[in-house]
Design a protein around this ligand. Structure first.
Ligand SMILES: [Zn+2]
Length: 717
């Protein structure tokens, strides 16, 4: 194991104080950060873990208006809520701050003024919508109108949620102010811009050098490359809004700093707050102003540009003009997305589960373990309830829990609950176990150093499997009579292994680890004992143990069925009603229309989506299929369930066409299906493919078929 004397600064993305933390957030940034920090603490390194709420920006003011309250009330509530949730799932932040604090405002203003005085910022005049009645400039999200691309009448100022197009708010047809409902006018306004493009060369060099020092993740590097290829543009630093950090200049009333500019500085202000709390006001500088500090920023993939490009550029700009220099991120190990039961987490579509609700059903260790083993490290991953159940039951309960329990039970039955003596001459099998303790400790350490959390946890779980085999093959229930000395050695080594596991598993499942520590009747915590002591045999012969308790309770099928059933129930609020639409969506652009149940008559222009290569297209396996049977899914207005044959096999396919076809009209029909789509669970039924369909002018869906009768299974190309 490498020794490391430098300080380690770990930050996790500041969650936006406009909603609850869900499983995707946890798997993306917070859990990996927490595991990493706990491991570093166990390695006795000087590490601090910094986070906090991001409390400014337009979505918060919109929520406040909806709730008829102030933005401050919204963030007060959400901040406390999220802070409590993080505590419940064991996030061990050294500080969890908030960007609405004066300390943060001061920090953000200091950066802005330094840039302003040194003429780093560019001032630009531009036109922006203005609400004459309310006498206010309107940020994009406060303007609504007709989408210039698909004619959706409820398009947002900068983006159409139906067709997904981005545009300039001035391109919107028939714009209306969301504040007054009036048609806004265009007025001149001035804003400051940060010239990100000026830093492109240095940023590319910074990434290259950082990656040479310590390998960055491929998904992060390729995202950055994409941004560099697009050429970095000036980014507006200010906007016309009254909720945020006010622009600290005379004559700039009703302007605040853009959230992207000040939120990342929240890491610095949160560290300052921590310093004050621990009574050493300047301590934060020892982390931020030391170029040897190892600064690791944990984020989800949607934040890559801000942490790998924008924030480093801001710090470079600061460092150019100041004596005291900030350290840039040493690594930004961003994770990809975690999906939920085959689809993206979506608050508006009521799809997914937040951490709070999860923890009302299951203890945090189960969540932490299953998310770690399924972490979206290199690519997107999926959370499925059934997977969760089988991980908990098979790995935590039947493998780990069982090993601990059988060892303790045996020791209490045959050795009066005391650590039995160990023989001086270990057998080959004993030696193999002892070597495996060393090997696991160093291999999982290597994996954690390179942010491979899944690999580290798998490696430790492998030790549990090895230990169970060791127990089995040594047959202590036989040797207890025939060879008591060997039996004692077996149990001694099993107990030593349990101590090892308690230390190695601590970053992942801290509360189970602590309970094992107590069962072993050891002082302090596994982390205080330290990672480097993990493989040493510290349990003394004759040491008295505490009686065992069950570590993990298995999850019944019934519990999971109940959850799946509840998930299938549409909510009462029709505006957020979620009906999964699995069919016909590849052909037209109607997916979002289906979800909101307001079809528009205008199909989007063809070829508007990102171009793909012929190789991309070849990845999609299209087959001719014949419908063998078809039925309505109970309680669903839209879904039909059909059995189809694709020649070599039968598939169950769900399609959102119940409003357009009667089941009996479809039986025997020839359709085209996407045959290599990941199966998805909808209303408790699995769909093993997708049926192609197109919408007509009235929004009626028509399935796609072949011009003449074809054999099921024929390839469509
Ligand atoms: Zn549109």
């Amino acid at each position: 194991m490498k020794s490391l004397d430098k300080k380690i600064l770990v930050t996790a993305a500041l969650p936006y104080a406009n909603g609850k933390i869900h499983l995707g957030h946890l798997a993306g940034a917070y859990l990996p950060a927490d595991i990493y920090v706990r491991y570093q603490r166990s390695m006795k390194r000087d590490v601090i873990f910094i986070c906090g709420s991001d409390e400014h920006g337009v979505p918060i003011t919109i929520t406040a208006e909806k709730e008829n309250t102030t933005p401050q009330n919204v963030v007060d509530r959400v901040h406390l809520q999220n802070k409590a949730t993080f505590e419940k799932c064991g996030m061990s932040f050294d500080n969890y701050s908030r960007t609405s604090l004066p300390l943060h405002h001061e920090t953000a203003k200091e950066f802005f003024l330094a840039f302003f005085k040194n003429q780093i910022l560019v001032e630009k005049k531009e036109q922006q919508y203005f609400d004459e009645k309310k006498q206010k400039f309107l940020p994009d999200r406060y303007v609504e109108g007709i989408c210039p691309v698909c004619a959706n009448p409820e398009a947002r100022g900068d983006q159409c949620e139906k067709c997904g197009s981005y545009y300039n708010s001035t391109e919107l047809k028939n714009p209306k102010s969301k504040l007054s409902g009036e048609t806004p006018t265009l007025r001149d306004t001035t804003h400051f811009y940060f010239p990100l493009g000026n830093y492109q060369k240095r940023l590319e060099e910074y990434l290259k050098v950082s990656n040479e020092r310590e390998k960055w993740k491929d998904n992060v590097l390729s995202a950055c490359k994409g941004w560099f290829n697009d050429v970095l543009r000036d980014r507006a630093v200010t906007r016309d809004l009254d909720w945020g950090v006010p622009v600290p200049l005379d004559g700039y009333d009703n302007k605040v700093l853009y959230v992207w500019f000040e939120a990342v500085l929240g890491y610095i202000s949160s560290t300052k707050e921590w310093s004050k709390k621990v009574g050493k006001e300047n301590l934060w500088k020892e982390y931020w102003h030391d170029e040897n500090t190892k600064y690791v920023a944990f984020i989800g993939k949607d934040n890559i540009v801000f942490h790998c490009i924008v924030f480093p550029a801001m710090l470079m700009a600061w460092n150019d003009i100041n004596e005291t220099k900030y350290v840039l991120p040493t690594n930004v190990p961003a994770n990809e997305f975690l999906n939920f039961e085959g689809q993206k987490f979506s608050k508006s579509k009521n799809w997914g589960i937040d951490v709070d609700d999860f923890l009302s059903l299951f203890p945090p260790d189960l969540l932490r373990y299953s998310l770690t083993m399924n972490m979206p490290e290199g690519k997107d991953a999926d959370f499925y309830w059934k997977d969760f159940q089988s991980r908990v039951n098979n790995e935590l309960a039947d493998t780990f829990g069982n090993f601990v329990n059988r060892t303790f039970t045996f020791v209490f039955k045959n050795f009066e609950g005391k650590v039995p003596p160990v023989s001086d001459a270990l057998s080959m099998v004993d030696d193999m176990l002892v070597n495996h303790l060393d090997w696991t400790t160093s291999r999982s350490s290597d994996a954690l150093e390179k942010y491979s959390f899944r690999e580290a946890a798998s490696c430790i779980m492998e030790l549990v499997r090895v230990s169970n085999k060791y127990f089995d093959s040594n047959e202590p229930w036989v040797t207890v009579k025939k060879n008591p000395e060997q039996c004692a050695t077996t149990l001694n080594l099993c107990l030593q292994t349990i101590r090892t596991l308690s230390i190695l598993f601590e970053p992942f499942i801290p509360s189970a680890s602590q309970r094992i520590w107590k069962m072993l009747n050891l002082k302090g915590t596994p982390s205080e004992a330290g990672w480097e002591s993990a493989s040493k045999r510290y349990l003394e012969v004759g040491h008295i143990l505490n009686s065992p308790e069950i570590l993990f309770i298995k999850i019944e099928d019934e519990t999971i069925e109940k959850i799946l059933h509840r998930m299938d129930q549409p909510t009462n609020d029709s505006s957020t009603e979620f009906t999964p639409i699995p069919s016909g969506l590849g052909v037209t652009n109607q997916r979002t229309n289906e979800l909101t149940n307001k079809p528009t008559n205008l199909p989007a222009a063809a070829g508007e989506k990102t171009k793909i290569t012929i190789d991309d297209f070849k990845k999609i396996e299209l087959r001719v299929a014949k419908i063998l049977s078809c039925e309505q899914i109970p309680k669903s207005k839209k879904l039909l369930k059909m059995k189809v044959t694709i020649g070599t096999e039968e598939r169950q396919i769900l399609a959102g066409i119940a409003e357009h076809y009667k089941p009996e009209d479809l039986i025997g029909k020839t359709i085209i299906v996407v045959a290599n789509l990941e199966p998805a669970k909808l209303m408790g039924n699995e769909s093993q493919g997708m049926m192609l369909a197109a919408s007509d002018d009235n929004g009626k869906l028509c399935f796609v078929t072949t011009e003449k009768e074809m054999q099921a299974g024929s390839v469509v190309k």
